[in-house]
Design a protein around this ligand. Structure first.
Ligand SMILES: Nc1nc2c(ncn2[C@@H]2O[C@H](COP(=O)(O)OP(=O)(O)OP(=O)(O)O)[C@@H](O)[C@H]2O)c(=O)[nH]1
Ligand SMILES: [Mg+2]
Length: 340
C-alpha cells in the first residue's frame, strides 16, 4: 500500500490518461478530512482540464429495496455495451444499515465492476443519513475529467437528502416500487417535483399489474406538479421497467440521452450547473468552518469541559454552545481559530 505520494500534476496527468489508479487516488484525496489535503484537492480540481464533452450526471434515488442497485448495474451494462464509459458512486454500505443487516454484497455490482469501461466507487457517507457522500461533487468532477460520459449516483431516499442530491446532478431519477401508487400521497410532492424521470421498477411477474396501475397514477399526477424551478423545458417521463428481466432499460437509456441532448441544446443544463456552483461553494465553506472549528484545541478543551456539565444538567445547552462559539471571536480562551 505504501508508495510515495503523487503530486497534483502527476495525478492530473494520470487522470487525463484514464489511469484508474490515479483516479482512485485523487478521489481518496478529495475525501480526506485533513486540512492540508483540502488545499491539495482544491489545487488538483483547479488544474483539471475541461472535459471535451460534459458527462451526464444522474442521481438514482428511491426507497430502500426499490431495486436501485440492480437497475444501475443493468443500465450501466447496457451503457458500456454501447461504448459509453460509465461511473457509479454508491454510499459506503459500512456506514449505513437497513433493517439491521449490513448492505454489503448487493451494492457490489459484480458484472459491471468487471467491465473495462466502468468504474465503481463507494463513497463515504456524508453527514446526512442515507444522503450523498461528503465529496460527491468533487468526485463527479474528477470522473468527468477522466472521460466518463455517464455518472450514476445511487442514493437512498429518506425524505430530505433528495434536494441535496438534486443540487449536484443534471437529472434526478426516482425509482418507485410497483405498489407505490397506494402511497402516492405519502411520497412527498417536493420529491416528485424534482424527478425528471420516474421509473416504476419490478414491473414483472406478479407485480406487473400493480406496476401498470402505478404507472397510470403517477402519469396522471405529474401534470399537477409545479416544476418551473427544475429542468426548464423538460417534460418528465414515467417508465415501467424491470431491472431483473432487463425490460425498459433501452428506453431508460434513451430517455437519459434525450434529456442530455435537449437540455444541452436549450442551454438549461449549463445554467443549472452554474446555479449549483454557488451551493457547492457554500457547502465547502460550511464544511471547512465546521472542520476547522472542531480541530481547534481551544474548542476541544472547552468541549471536554462543558459537555459533561451539560449532561449533568449543571450548564444549559444554549449557554454552553454560546461559550464554545465565542472561541471564534478570539475571546474564548484567548486562542483564536486559525491561529495554528
Ligand atoms: N422482481 C424484481 N425484483 C427486483 C428487481 N430489481 C431488483 N429486485 C430485487 O429487489 C431487491 C432489492 O434490490 P436492490 O437493487 O438491492 O435495491 P436497492 O434499491 O438498491 O436497495 P437499497 O440500496 O438497500 O436501498 C433484490 O432482492 C433484487 O433482486 C426487478 O426488476 N424485479
Ligand atoms: Mg442499493
Amino acid at each position: 500500500m505504501l508508495e510515495p505520494e503523487r503530486s497534483e500534476p502527476e495525478l492530473t496527468a494520470g487522470i487525463r490518461r484514464g489511469e484508474r489508479r490515479a483516479l482512485a487516488k485523487a478521489i481518496t484525496l478529495m475525501e480526506s478530512s485533513r486540512a492540508d489535503d483540502d488545499r491539495r484537492a482544491a489545487a488538483l480540481l483547479e488544474s483539471l482540464p475541461a472535459p471535451d464533452e460534459p458527462a451526464l450526471r444522474v442521481a438514482i434515488s428511491g426507497p430502500p429495496g426499490a431495486g436501485k442497485s440492480t437497475l444501475i448495474e443493468t443500465l450501466g451494462l447496457r451503457a458500456v455495451a454501447s461504448g459509453l464509459r460509465t461511473a457509479v458512486l454508491t454510499i459506503d454500505p459500512s456506514s449505513r444499515r437497513s433493517g439491521g443487516s449490513i448492505l454489503g454484497d448487493k451494492t457490489r455490482m459484480p458484472r459491471l465492476s468487471a467491465h473495462p469501461l466502468a468504474f465503481i466507487r463507494p463513497s463515504a457517507a456524508g453527514t446526512t443519513l442515507g444522503g450523498v457522500g461528503r465529496r460527491t461533487r468533487e468526485t463527479m468532477t474528477l470522473l468527468e475529467a477522466a472521460g466518463y460520459g455517464l455518472i450514476l449516483v445511487e442514493t437512498v431516499g429518506v425524505g430530505q437528502s433528495e434536494t441535496e442530491v438534486d443540487g449536484m446532478v443534471d437529472l434526478f431519477v426516482l425509482v418507485l416500487l410497483p405498489n407505490a401508487g397506494d402511497e402516492l400521497q405519502g411520497i412527498k410532492r417536493g420529491i416528485m417535483e424534482l424527478a425528471g424521470l420516474i421509473l416504476i421498477n419490478k414491473a414483472d411477474g406478479v407485480f406487473t399489474q400493480a406496476a401498470e396501475l402505478t404507472h397510470a397514477q403517477v402519469s396522471a399526477a405529474l401534470p399537477l406538479l409545479h416544476r418551473e424551478k427544475n429542468d426548464a423545458g423538460w417534460q418528465p417521463r414515467v417508465l415501467m421497467v424491470s431491472a431483473l428481466e432487463e425490460r425498459g432499460i433501452d428506453q431508460t437509456l434513451e430517455a437519459l440521452r434525450t434529456f442530455q441532448r435537449q437540455m444541452t441544446a436549450n442551454g438549461a443544463l449549463a445554467k443549472k450547473r452554474l446555479r449549483q456552483a454557488s451551493g457547492w461553494m457554500w457547502d465547502r465553506v460550511h464544511d471547512g468552518l465546521r472542520q476547522r472549528f472542531l480541530a481547534d484545541p481551544a474548542v476541544q478543551r472547552l468541549a471536554a469541559e462543558l459537555e459533561p456539565q451539560v449532561r449533568r444538567g449543571e450548564v444549559g445547552a444554549v449557554m454552553a454552545a454560546e461559550r464554545m462559539l465565542r472561541v471564534l471571536d478570539g475571546s474564548g480562551n484567548g486562542n483564536h481559530v486559525g491561529n495554528h
